[in-house]
Design a protein around this ligand. Structure first.
Ligand code: SF4
Length: 476
């Protein structure tokens, strides 16, 4: 998938002016948030449950190497194969190699952000594999040739009229009037793909080390079909998805659907362990687990950024983020959007200019309030700002043109005498250049900018005024 993070400002500007997008975002953001709040309000101890979920992720991260090795062993004992992929390119090569070795002509996929991250569809298409997304939202954006705009609702930016037009033009069907009609069209188009597919590809919501099981949540039944009908099942997961036990899985199952869609539990929860066994009728002949690093161990190695890997991809932080709710997911320029995208993307796509993302936030804290695993997203956003500012060796750090003015202000703020002297000089300059806040003179390159703008009138700093105020006795 093309990385367009450097176009963030332009993409966001365009999104804000897109009335249809604004209406879609406003409607669906409120709906998801309301459902999430209702689902948590029904719990006797929602905070206690979130604490438990956080503890599961902390324990998993603390024992990551051991858990991954245990997982590998259990998967192999169950008859599956485990592959380790250091990079996106490596993961593509592994899955492409499997497709070639097994003469795979067509594949069906369950929704998976990590396959978007490595650009798997294009790679397989280049090898001649006919790849079909089977989640309804992913199917829609695949037909539209667009990336996902939300972690759990990839087509959230489209309304039903747009989808009806898309189906009519791409599938050659009459325009459907209702959501039911649209679903029926997708079902009709996909059913034969499931039956014809040689390979099923999914991500993993979790991987349980003690049993070697992959846990998948869904509401449409498409993952059940993708994992049981084709003769090969390939799972791609990031290293951070492993958890120790089935008991831990139960804790995360209690918070994940509630946070994502406001459901007590997703309609289908699949716990898959290895390929089909002797005597079983369903399931793949071969099961392959591809465990991806792609920069995650670098994040893991930094205690200040490690918490990023606690994310269970519920999407709740997107639904409450005032920035995401105005600019939508495509503005972020890559796979992950919203607060978690602003933290994760600059760490994964080093070398690309993604530095703007952590700065494009209000730090209001709404994301941290809803995160089911209590990730301190505002702290992570500040950490990333600091990293991108202070570490010039960071591949994709804040460019020097932006770093100089910010550093200058930082230095001034740390030296009160110089700051007040500069403020006095600026007030004097303003009386000449922009009396009353209206620019009288604005030299190039500020000429065009200055003609159209008022600037706030600079007044004596509050601390200076305060020190001169005579205390008055309280009235009796
Ligand atoms: S950061 Fe938290 S709220 Fe956001 S997607 Fe991840 S788990 Fe969900």
């Amino acid at each position: 998938m093309e990385i367009r993070t450097q176009q963030f400002r332009a993409l966001a500007g365009r999104a804000i002016l897109d009335e249809r997008l604004q209406a879609n975002l406003a409607r669906l953001g409120v709906r998801f948030k309301t459902l999430r709040d209702l689902a948590f309000a029904q719990l006797s101890d929602p905070e206690g449950l979130r604490d438990q979920a956080k503890a599961v992720k902390e324990r998993s991260m603390a024992n990551l190497p051991y858990l991954l090795e245990t997982l590998e062993g259990r998967v192999q004992e169950a008859g599956g194969y485990v592959h380790w992929a250091r990079t996106a390119q490596h993961a593509r090569a592994i899955i492409g190699g499997l497709a070639k070795r097994h003469s795979v002509r067509s594949a069906v996929k369950g929704k998976s952000m990590v396959t978007e991250e490595i650009g798997l569809n294009d790679h397989l298409a280049g090898l001649g594999v006919d790849v079909w997304e089977t989640d309804l939202g992913e199917f829609i954006i695949q037909l539209a040739g667009e990336p996902p705009s939300h972690i759990i609702a990839p087509a959230i930016h489209k309304n039903k009229e747009e989808i009806a037009e898309l189906f009519a033009s791409r599938l050659g069907v009459p325009k459907a009037e209702s959501p039911e009609g649209l679903t029926e069209i997708a079902r009709e188009a996909l059913r034969r793909r499931f039956l014809a597919a040689d390979m099923g590809i999914t991500g993993a919501n979790m991987a349980v080390a003690e049993t070697g099981s992959i846990v998948l949540l869904e509401n449409e039944g498409n993952i059940r079909l993708s994992t049981t009908v084709p003769r090969i099942h390939v799972v791609l997961m990031g290293i951070e998805k492993v958890i120790p036990t089935l008991e831990d899985m139960a804790v995360l199952l209690a918070v994940l659907p509630r946070s994502a869609t406001g459901q007590k539990l997703s309609s289908y929860v699949s716990i898959l362990t290895g390929p089909r066994r002797e005597g079983e009728e369903d399931g793949p002949e071969e099961f392959h687990l591809v465990i991806l690093d792609n920069g995650r161990s670098r994040i893991m190695a930094d205690p200040h950024r490690r918490e990023t890997l606690h994310c269970i991809r519920c999407g709740a932080c997107l639904n409450v983020c005032p920035v995401y709710r105005k600019i939508g997911g495509h503005s972020y320029g890559w796979v992950y959007s919203g607060p978690i995208g602003s933290v994760l993307t600059p760490q994964l796509v080093t070398g690309h200019a993604a530095w703007m993302l952590p700065f494009a936030t209000t730090l209001c804290g709404a994301c941290a309030e809803v995160c089911p695993v209590k990730i301190d997203l505002p702290r992570l956003l500040l950490t990333m700002r600091w990293r991108l500012m202070e570490d010039p060796n960071w591949d994709g750090a804040v460019p020097i043109s932006h770093r100089i003015p910010i550093s200058l202000f930082g230095w001034l703020a740390a030296h009160p005498r110089v700051y007040f002297a500069a403020a006095t000089a600026m007030r004097a300059a303003q009386r000449v250049l922009a009396p009353g806040g209206r620019w009288r003179l604005s030299p190039p390159p500020l000429a065009a900018w200055g003609r159209k703008r008022h600037i706030p009138v600079l007044v004596r700093p509050f601390s200076r005024r305060w020190s001169r105020i005579e205390p008055t006795a309280p009235e009796s």
